[in-house]
Design a protein around this ligand. Structure first.
Ligand SMILES: NC(=O)c1ccc[n+]([C@@H]2O[C@H](COP(=O)([O-])OP(=O)(O)OC[C@H]3O[C@@H](n4cnc5c(N)ncnc54)[C@H](O)[C@@H]3O)[C@@H](O)[C@H]2O)c1
Length: 329
C-alpha cells in the first residue's frame, strides 16, 4: 500500500477535502467527484492549509505530491482506482444511491469506505452489487492532521475489506480503530454527543455561555483527554489504589442528578439564536479559514509535544515519520 495509488473520492466538502489533502500529501493521485461548482476552489484552500500544517509538523520529508483530478460523475471517480472514500452529505438515501452507482463500475477488489459519522454500514451497503467491499472509515476533522479513523464493517462486509482499509489508513499515518460491532454513532461520536447534549442544556438553562463551556474543557479535562483519554485519566485520579478506589469514590455520584443526558433540549429559534450569537461573539469576526489555521497550529503544537513524550498520538506521528524516512531511502 506504500506505493503510489490512485484513489476515488466521492464528495469534496470539509471531510472530502481533508481526505484529498491526506492522500495527495502522501503522494497518491486523487479522482474526485463533487457536484458543487465551488469544490475545486474549496479543496485547493484546504490543501494549502494542510500543506502548511503537515510541513510544520513533520521532521521527515513527504513524498512528491499526487495529482488531483476533478471528474464529473461518480462512475469516473470509481474508475481506474484501487480505493474509494465516500464523504457525501449525511443522508442515508443519498449515500446508498451514490455508493451503488460507483459500485457498478469498479472491479470487485476495489475497497469502498464511507466517512459517515454514524450511519450503519449494513444500511449503506444494501443496494451494492458487491456489499462485501464496503466498510465505514470514519475520520475526524481535520482529516489531514488527526490520526483517528474508526473502521467498522456491516453484516455483509468481508474481513479482507476491513484489513485493506486498515492498511491504507495506516500507510497514510493514521491510527485506525477497528470497532468490534456496528452501532449507530460508533464509539467516538457517542462520547462526543453525550458532551454536546450536556453543553446544549447548560446554555439552555443559562448556566454558562458557549465560550465559558469551551473554557471549562480547554483549560482542564480537554488537555488530559488529548493524550490519556477518560479511563487512564480516572485511574490516576484514584491514587495508589487506582481504578478500584476511583470507582468506589466517584461511583455513588453517578446516582446523583448531575446530568440531563436522558433529555434533549428543544432546538427552538430562541436556543439557536443564543448559541449562534454567542458563537459569533466568541470568534470576533475571524473567518472559517483563519479559524482552521489557528486550530491546525494548535494541533501541530500538541502533536509535536506528544511526539517528545513518545505517547498517544505522538507515537503515531513518530511511526509515520519512520515510515516516510523508510519509503524515501
Ligand atoms: N464535518 C465533520 O466534522 C465530519 C467528521 C467526520 C465525518 N463526517 C462525515 O463526512 C461526510 C461529509 O461531511 P462534510 O462535513 O464533509 O459535509 P460537507 O457538507 O462539508 O460536504 C459534503 C459534500 O458533498 C457534496 N455532495 C452533495 N451531493 C453529492 C453527491 N451526490 N455525490 C458526491 N458529493 C456530493 C457537496 O457538494 C459537499 O461538497 C458526512 O457523512 C459526515 O457525517 C463529517
Amino acid at each position: 500500500m506504500d506505493a503510489r495509488m490512485t484513489v476515488g473520492l466521492l464528495g469534496g466538502g470539509v471531510i472530502g477535502g481533508g481526505w484529498a489533502a491526506r492522500f495527495l500529501l502522501n503522494g497518491h493521485d486523487v479522482r474526485m467527484y463533487d457536484p458543487d461548482p465551488q469544490a475545486s476552489r474549496k479543496v485547493a484552500e484546504v490543501l494549502a492549509n494542510a500543506k502548511t500544517a503537515m510541513q510544520a509538523l513533520l521532521t521527515a520529508d513527504l513524498p512528491a505530491e499526487g495529482t488531483l483530478e476533478l471528474v464529473s460523475t461518480p462512475e469516473e471517480a470509481a474508475t481506474g482506482v484501487v480505493f474509494v472514500q465516500e464523504s457525501a452529505p449525511e443522508r442515508v438515501d443519498l449515500k446508498r444511491a451514490l455508493l451503488a452507482t460507483a459500485d457498478r463500475v469498479a472491479p470487485p477488489e476495489v475497497v469502498f469506505a464511507s466517512s459517515t459519522s454514524g450511519l450503519l454500514p449494513t444500511l449503506l451497503q444494501s443496494d451494492m452489487r458487491h456489499p462485501e467491499r464496503l466498510c465505514v472509515g470514519h475520520p475526524f476533522n481535520p482529516v489531514y492532521l488527526l490520526p483517528l479513523v474508526e473502521v467498522v464493517g456491516g453484516e455483509r462486509t468481508a474481513a479482507a475489506t476491513l484489513d485493506s482499509a486498515v492498511e491504507v489508513y495506516r500507510s497514510l499515518g493514521m491510527e485506525p480503530l477497528r470497532l468490534r460491532k456496528e452501532i449507530d454513532g460508533f464509539v467516538a461520536d457517542r462520547l462526543l454527543e453525550a458532551l454536546w447534549r450536556e453543553a446544549l442544556w447548560l446554555v439552555e438553562d443559562g448556566v454558562a455561555t458557549v465560550s465559558e463551556i469551551d473554557d471549562a474543557i480547554r483549560f482542564g479535562a480537554g488537555l488530559r483527554w488529548s493524550f490519556m483519554g477518560t479511563f487512564l485519566t480516572y485511574r490516576i485520579a484514584g491514587g495508589e489504589a487506582g481504578m478500584r478506589h476511583f470507582m468506589a469514590q466517584f461511583g455513588p455520584s453517578l446516582q446523583w442528578p448531575w446530568s440531563r443526558l436522558t433529555d434533549v433540549p428543544e432546538l427552538d429559534d430562541e436556543l439557536l439564536e443564543t448559541i449562534v450569537t454567542q458563537s459569533d461573539e466568541q470568534v470576533g469576526g475571524a473567518s472559517a479559514r483563519e479559524l482552521e489555521r489557528l486550530r491546525d497550529g494548535c494541533l501541530v503544537a500538541v502533536l509535536q509535544g506528544l511526539r517528545g513524550q513518545g505517547f498517544g498520538a505522538g507515537r503515531t506521528v513518530s511511526a509515520y515519520e519512520d515510515r516516510l524516512r523508510g519509503a524515501g531511502s
